[in-house]
Design a protein around this ligand. Structure first.
Ligand code: SER
Length: 414
């Protein structure tokens, strides 16, 4: 299946189970002081979980644009360096607002993966919340028992609060979760080390694909948990990871979510992409292909790069991409804006806001690139001239001067 077909089949599956499709909300958050950007599909439904608004549809599905680059969920430093984290990503989700709970969430997730997507059952592992004394929470026996009806016990692993108790931020709706992990290693590797030993161990081919959260609590600002008025389901599946699995490749960047962007970076830079995890050129190509999505979608959703708050986060993401392009791909002219048309071609149909703002995104990105390249060249010259005069350490005054030039810390030895 192509990425587009995968998205469609997920939404069709849940529509057939009486879920209402709700479009992705803007990735930029304007009305919640606890968040800068949407970090999960459930954000737009926060008030439904809390019981603050009337529930129109008790079953909902969607594919939400998310950005995990600030606050509690921040993957930025992993992006490009590994092959399965992203700044902007799509989260496929199904929700129940006071309707079905653990049993249906678990059995439908299994049905979708193994019957619709035809994922091999013995590639899958599931995790269950083991409980947490500090919050007075017990092992999620209910989830464990439902899973036992579907998979053998050796595939059900216990997870701690960090991995198996999902919270939106420092406060807000939360609850125990059950994750589905997939092992896409070769048979030879599987024979050497069982997949169960690699779950939640940052292995690039044994990764979480779907998180089923059973929303039952609200974390108060005081840190205490308060029971929600009703029980809800919030599931989130990594669309790019699912595309990797279903397209039989070993990296999200080798799926057709990314290959058109990567091909364009290759064309513009003249470097080859070899799908290596450790290659510096490949990392740079991944960083650029990833970051253009975050920046273009943020602009399409009304967030311009700037010097403060959310705008500054977007500016830094773009500058990270420019820096990788400059230092690893030898590109000293604006080029990232040229990827926006490729992105529009791929995603503009499902996310029409992108097509509408495509020209604006190109213009803003190009100007930002131009400005930052000038700054980068100036700063690097300054550093090179200075470093000729010192042998070991640079003094603090100069370090701050340099910091001022770049606007944020840069590792010039990278
Ligand atoms: N909120 C959960 C997550 O982001 C499931 O959607 O993982």
């Amino acid at each position: 299946m192509t990425a587009k077909e995968i998205r469609k089949s997920f939404l069709e599956f849940f529509k057939n189970k009486e879920h209402e499709f709700i479009a992705s909300s803007s990735m930029v958050v304007k009305d919640d002081p606890t968040l800068m950007f949407i970090n999960a599909g459930m954000n737009q439904f926060k008030d439904m979980f809390l019981g603050n608004v009337e529930v129109k549809h008790s079953r909902v599905c969607n594919s939400q644009k998310c950005l995990r680059v600030s606050g509690k969920h921040n993957d930025l430093e992993e992006v490009g360096v590994d092959t399965y984290h992203h700044t902007m990503f799509e989260m496929l989700g199904n929700w129940s607002f006071g309707d079905y709970f653990k049993k249906e969430a678990i059995s439908w997730a299994w049905e979708f993966l193994t019957e619709v997507c035809k994922v091999e059952k013995d590639w899958l592992y599931v995790t269950v919340f083991e409980g947490a004394d500090d919050d007075g929470l017990k092992l999620d026996e209910e989830a464990f028992d439902f899973w036992k009806e579907i998979v053998s016990e050796d595939r059900i692993l216990m997870g701690n609060k960090k991995d198996n108790f999902w919270e939106m931020g420092a406060s807000g709706p939360c609850g125990p979760c059950s994750e589905i992990h997939i092992d896409i290693r070769s048979a030879e590797e599987k024979a050497k080390v069982p997949g169960a030993n690699l779950v939640n161990m940052d292995h690039p081919q044994v990764i979480e694909v779907w998180n089923l959260v059973f929303m039952e609590f609200n974390r108060l600002a005081s840190g205490e948990l308060e029971k929600l008025p009703a029980q809800h389901v919030d599931t989130g599946m990594g669309f790019e990871r699912l595309a990797m699995v279903l397209q039989g490749v070993q990296s999200n960047y080798d799926s057709d979510v990314f290959t058109p962007l990567i091909d364009k970076v290759v064309e513009l830079s003249g470097f080859k992409y070899t799908s290596q995890e450790k290659s510096e050129t490949d990392i740079a190509i991944r960083v650029v292909s990833d970051h253009v999505r975050a920046v273009a979608f943020a602009i399409a959703d009304g967030q311009m790069p700037s010097n403060t708050g959310a705008g500054y986060v977007i500016r830094r993401i773009l500058r990270r991409a420019v820096r990788y392009g400059y230092s690893k791909l030898n590109i000293s002219e604006p080029f990232i804006y040229k990827l926006v048309d490729v992105l529009g071609e791929q995603m503009g149909e499902f996310f029409p806001e992108l097509s509408k703002q495509q020209e604006l995104a190109k213009k803003v990105i190009k100007e930002e690139e131009q400005n930052f390249l000038r700054t980068l060249e100036k700063g690097i010259d300054k550093f090179n001239n200075y470093s000729k005069t010192v042998t070991e350490t640079i003094d603090g005054k100069f370090a701050f001067e340099l910091l001022d030039t770049f606007g944020f810390p840069i590792d010039l030895t990278e």
